[in-house]
Design a protein around this ligand. Structure first.
Ligand code: ZN
Ligand code: ZN
Length: 363
């Protein structure tokens, strides 16, 4: 599995005329090597695969990344730069070496440190952002499972979403229900978004101790982590029968969701699909209240390429997994967002979500 992925990097090396690539983004590091630890760098050359990590992870790295030669560093044996210098010297001697690095990830200081530690090293800025856009079979299976876990948890806790319970309790219930179903944890590095009533106007309204009140809309945005892969979904429910305005805006967001979903297929520019939802919402007079992009790629990271927004240059292709999440947010009133995770197929797309998107009126 990692062999095929490493080959893509080696093809890139040849194309860019580089001696090697330094991979530092944890998601890319895991994707290429299998190593799940929190610290480390890969160096991939046409002939060798090195994984530099510190002493805490040396055993784990050897097990998880059998194709790589693990080079251990610790404060006792020298920091990462001195260990890299030694490794480079023993491999390339003092030959000038041209290495690509993730300029959109590695901080300037680290690049400077490497340059001064290894004088004959030339570092070229490179982006690996597109590396994980198209998912393979196993990745799709994990995202599908993460989605299923989140949906089952949502259905389980629905009876507890009632006036009097706090947003924080809803978030906790969701997390516990997901973990019981085999999730490693939350798909988010922050709390789930549980935004009730007026707080629904905050697209990123993390759960607070606010109690739910009858008649309010509640936006729940959450996901599960499964084997390193993430799911992401949003449903907005109403605590009781919806009034005319709640119903009107809900139907508008649903229409935007369904129209953009139906347009997703290989060859479709992400920007155009964003435009489909944006046009519908703008035509209804709420364009300014849809202040975020329509969706994002998802996989080892919650937000990854491709992004669907007004400036996106990405074009959809088979096996991309992208969220669709139009929303309308009215300060003082609240908000509505509906989000599914969608797989681009050979001829169109398939939502990985099964949960109904019709307005749920609880109580
Ligand atoms: Zn979400
Ligand atoms: Zn999302």
């Amino acid at each position: 599995m990692s062999t095929r992925r490493v080959k893509r990097i080696r093809d890139l090396l040849a194309k860019k005329d580089l001696d090697g690539i330094l991979v530092s983004n944890p998601a890319n590091r895991r994707y290429l090597s299998g190593f799940t630890g929190s610290a480390g760098h890969l160096i991939i050359t046409p002939e060798v695969l090195w994984l530099f990590t510190d002493f805490r992870y040396a055993d784990q790295a050897t097990k998880e990344a059998p194709d790589f030669t693990v080079v251990r560093y610790s404060n006792n044996t020298g920091n990462i730069y001195s260990v890299m210098t030694e490794t480079f010297r023993s491999y390339w001697y003092d030959k000038p070496v041209k290495i690509g690095f993730e300029g959109d990830f590695l901080v300037h200081d680290v690049v400077q440190d490497l340059r001064s530690a290894i004088p004959h090293l030339h570092l070229d800025n490179l982006s690996l952002k597109a590396l994980r856009m198209q998912k393979d079979k196993e990745e799709i299976e994990y995202i599908r499972k993460a989605t299923q876990i989140a949906e089952e948890a949502f259905i389980e806790i629905l009876p507890r979403i009632r006036p009097g319970i706090s947003e924080a309790d809803v978030a906790l219930d969701l997390e516990v229900a997901m973990r019981r179903r085999g999730a490693q944890g939350k798909a988010f590095d922050f709390d789930f978004i549980i935004a009730s009533g007026y707080r629904g106007a905050l697209p990123h309204g993390y759960a607070t101790d606010k109690l739910l009140v009858a008649g309010e809309l509640v936006t729940l945005d959450f996901g599960a982590l499964y084997k390193g892969y993430r799911s992401d979904m949003t449903r907005t429910v109403c605590l009781g029968p919806a009034d005319a305005k709640q119903r009107e805006i809900y139907q508008l967001v649903l229409k935007a969701h369904e129209a953009s979903y139906s347009a997703m297929r290989p060859g479709a520019p992400c920007k155009d699909i964003d435009g489909v939802a944006r046009q519908i919402i703008t035509d209804a007079g709420y364009g300014d209240q849809f202040g975020h992009g329509l969706g994002h790629g998802i996989g080892l990271e919650l937000w990854e390429e491709p992004f669907m927004n007004t400036t996106s240059t990405a074009v959809m292709s088979e096996n991309m997994v992208i969220t669709v999440e139009p929303g309308v947010y009215l300060p003082g009133w609240g908000g509505i967002r509906i989000e599914d995770t969608v797989l681009i197929t050979a001829n169109g797309c398939e939502s990985l979500n099964q949960t109904s998107k019709e307005l749920l009126e609880l109580i």
